[in-house]
Structure formats: structure tokens, C-alpha cells
Design a protein around this ligand. Structure first.
Ligand code: TXA
Ligand code: MG
Length: 346
């Protein structure tokens, strides 16, 4: 398949270009487009045949449901039913933006979207290209992250090209995504609501709006297997680079000395060791050190890119510094923990 790459201005999307992409969606094709979190792989949410192509292109298991993206809050009332008051409060506060709500689905949502579940995931993104594309397509758009299953979510069009060129109709290049981590996923069909995936909209922010939020997250590697498939996506092995990641959590000083100890140990075994740091002044004696940034928003933005960079280098092992579990830190740690094969508490 010939993939058309269309560069679109993210601040002021050119209408004729949006129309080309929207026509593809309308005719049952598949379009990769930027959102404020990561790039998504979109198809008409009401067209099961089109949606099948997304699963095929990504190599995604059919029992992992998709998020429906809308450009108008009103659409929630078409796609979902028994919408609680809390949903309205959350939509008012966080939409458009990186929050996905799980609600009871209405009849119009095809089974392939929800993988047979009674609930549907919905979000109203803030990225202008995404909003214009949904509007011009005249339909809600389902979109998982636009990576091959098992690869990190793409934050730049070039990663979508690496993974999906020749497999989809259009790739919109709208520059680097703002946030770099996927949206917060909150299940409102449970009482209290359950946080299924942490993201830019933090647990602390959710707790200001909701009295109680249950947290349903992997905190330790060994817990992964124990988790029942509450959010079907959770049961799948999350992306991890070819090199194995060891995550070191704890107080900064202890973490640093533990990391250097680990580096020394593995260097003795003649391994090529990379370190991922969140502190500019860190100076590990090792083969390669990658500095992600010192504040959470920069770290979030660089995390998946750094995973892909390490994949290109012949590193056997990556030792990563942990960050504080607060705010966006919880989302960063969630992705790091899932990618790690070992977590060490220094
Ligand atoms: O930021 C994002 O959310 C990006 C952009 C493109 O919008 N999309 C994204 O989609 O990350 P995806 O498919 O990679 O992740 C969606 C997650 C999966 O873990 C899936 O299992 C879960 O949401 N999910 C979808 N529908 C669900 C449902 N009805 N109940 C529980 N979990 C659901
Ligand atoms: Mg994904």
C-alpha cells in the first residue's frame, strides 16, 4: 500500500490538507494523526471494516479495546448511556485534554471497538489537527497509539513512518506531540471510579473533583502477572527495549550509588551498559548516559523517544533512575515499571 505523508501546521491546520485525510477516513481508510499525548492510528468509529484495518496494521490483538475520539462533548451522549454526574464534572474540567473516560456503551458503538465489553472509552483531545480531522470526517474516530504492537507509542511522525509505512493510507506529520505519554484512563463504571492508566491528568487532580478514586496500577514487576485483565490492554506485555531495563527507585543519593555499583558489576561481566538519568549533573562512569530532563513534563516528553534511541544502540542493559511518584511522576513511573525487567529499591 502506498502511504501518503501529509505535513500539517499544528497551530493552524490547513483545511485542504485536513480534507484529504478526512476523505480517507470517510471512505473507510486508516490515518495516523497527532494528538496532544502521542500519535494515534485513526478510523471511523462506526465502521467495523475500517477498524479491522487498524488491528491488522498494528498487529494488535482483537481483545484489546480502542478509545473513541470525539470533537464535541455532545457525542458522549450518543456513544454512552447512564452517564454519571461525575463524568460531566470531569469533562468540564479536563476536556479537551488527555483524559479518557470509560462509560457504559450505547448500542451504536460496534463490538470491535470495545472488544465485546459493555463499556466504551471516550476522549476529547485538544490537538487542533485531531479536532479538525474528527470534525471534517463527520464521525467519531477510534485511535490506538500509532505504533506496531510491542513498540513504544510514537511522539513524532518519523516513528509512525518507521512502524507503519506501507501499511496505512495516510500519515499526518504535525510535529512533536506535547505530552509524550498516553492519556489518563479512568473507569467510571465502577464505584468508586478506578484509575486504569495514569497520565498527564494526575491522580491528585482527579481527587479534587471526585471524592474517591481507586487506583489499579502495577507498582512492582512481580504484580504484573497477578493482575486480572481489568483493562484488557494491561495484560499485554508492555513495550520494553531490546536491552533489558533495570529501574532503581528510592532516595536520590542511595539511587545514585546503587546505579554506579550496578554499572560496575555489569561492566565486569563485559556488558554494554547505558544509564537513563533525570539529573543533568549526574556523571556515571559507563558506556552511554542519556539525560531525559529534570522536570516531569520534559521527562515525559522524552521517555519513549529515549527508548527508541537505546534500541538503535547496541546496549545490553539500561539502568534507569526512578522519579517521585507524584503528579505526572506516577505516569512516568508506570511506563518505566512496565518496561523494566527488574525493579530495585535502593
Ligand atoms: O493518549 C491516548 O490515549 C492515545 C491517543 C492516540 O489518544 N491512545 C492510546 O490508545 O493510548 P491505546 O489503544 O494505545 O490505549 C488504550 C487503552 C488500552 O490499554 C485499552 O485496553 C484501554 O485503553 N481501554 C479501551 N477501552 C476500554 C474499556 N472499555 N475498558 C477498559 N479499558 C479500555
Ligand atoms: Mg498503545
Amino acid at each position: 500500500m502506498q502511504t501518503k505523508i501529509i505535513k500539517i501546521n499544528p497551530i493552524n491546520p490547513e483545511k485542504p490538507k485536513i480534507k484529504i485525510a478526512a476523505n480517507i477516513i470517510k471512505s473507510g481508510g486508516v490515518v495516523a494523526f497527532p494528538t496532544e499525548t502521542v500519535y494515534g492510528l485513526g478510523a471511523n468509529a462506526l465502521n467495523p471494516e475500517a477498524i479491522k484495518k487498524i488491528f491488522e496494521a498494528k498487529g494488535r490483538p482483537l481483545d484489546n479495546p480502542l478509545i473513541v475520539h470525539i470533537n464535541d462533548k455532545k457525542d458522549v451522549y450518543r456513544l454512552a448511556k447512564q452517564i454519571p454526574k461525575s463524568a460531566e464534572k470531569l469533562m468540564d474540567k479536563f476536556w479537551p485534554g488527555p483524559l479518557t473516560l470509560i462509560l457504559n456503551k450505547s448500542k451504536i458503538v460496534p463490538e470491535i471497538v470495545t472488544a465485546g465489553l459493555d463499556s466504551v472509552a471516550i476522549r476529547l483531545p485538544s490537538n487542533k489537527i485531531a479536532l479538525e480531522l474528527i470534525k471534517e470526517s463527520n464521525a467519531p474516530i477510534v485511535a490506538p497509539s500509532a505504533n506496531l504492537s510491542g513498540k513504544p507509542s510514537p511522539t513524532l511522525a518519523k516513528y509512525v513512518i518507521q512502524d507503519l509505512l506501507g501499511k496505512i493510507n495516510v500519515i499526518i506529520d504535525g510535529g512533536e506531540t506535547e505530552i509524550g505519554l498516553e492519556s489518563t484512563v479512568l473507569d467510571l463504571t465502577t464505584n468508586p471510579p478506578t484509575l486504569l492508566r495514569p497520565g498527564k491528568v494526575s491522580l491528585e487532580e482527579l481527587r479534587i473533583v471526585l471524592k474517591k478514586v481507586e487506583v489499579y496500577l502495577i507498582t512492582k514487576r512481580k504484580k504484573v502477572k497477578k493482575i486480572i485483565a481489568k483493562s484488557p490492554g494491561m495484560k499485554y506485555q508492555h513495550y520494553s527495549p531490546d536491552a533489558r531495563i533495570i529501574l532503581v527507585e528510592g532516595k536520590p543519593k542511595q539511587v545514585k550509588s546503587r546505579i554506579q555499583e550496578l554499572v560496575n558489576k555489569y561492566k565486569k561481566e563485559r556488558k554494554v551498559v547505558g544509564v537513563m538519568t533525570m539529573n543533568k549533573d549526574d556523571n556515571y562512569k559507563t558506556d552511554t548516559t542519556k539525560f531525559l530532563g529534570s522536570d516531569f513534563s520534559i521527562i515525559a516528553k522524552n521517555l519513549f523517544k529515549t527508548f527508541r534511541d537505546f534500541d538503535k544502540e547496541k546496549v545490553d542493559l539500561i539502568i534507569a533512575e526512578g522519579v517521585d511518584d507524584k503528579g505526572l511522576g506516577l505516569a512516568i513511573m508506570n511506563r518505566l515499571r512496565k518496561a523494566s525487567y527488574k525493579i530495585i529499591h535502593a
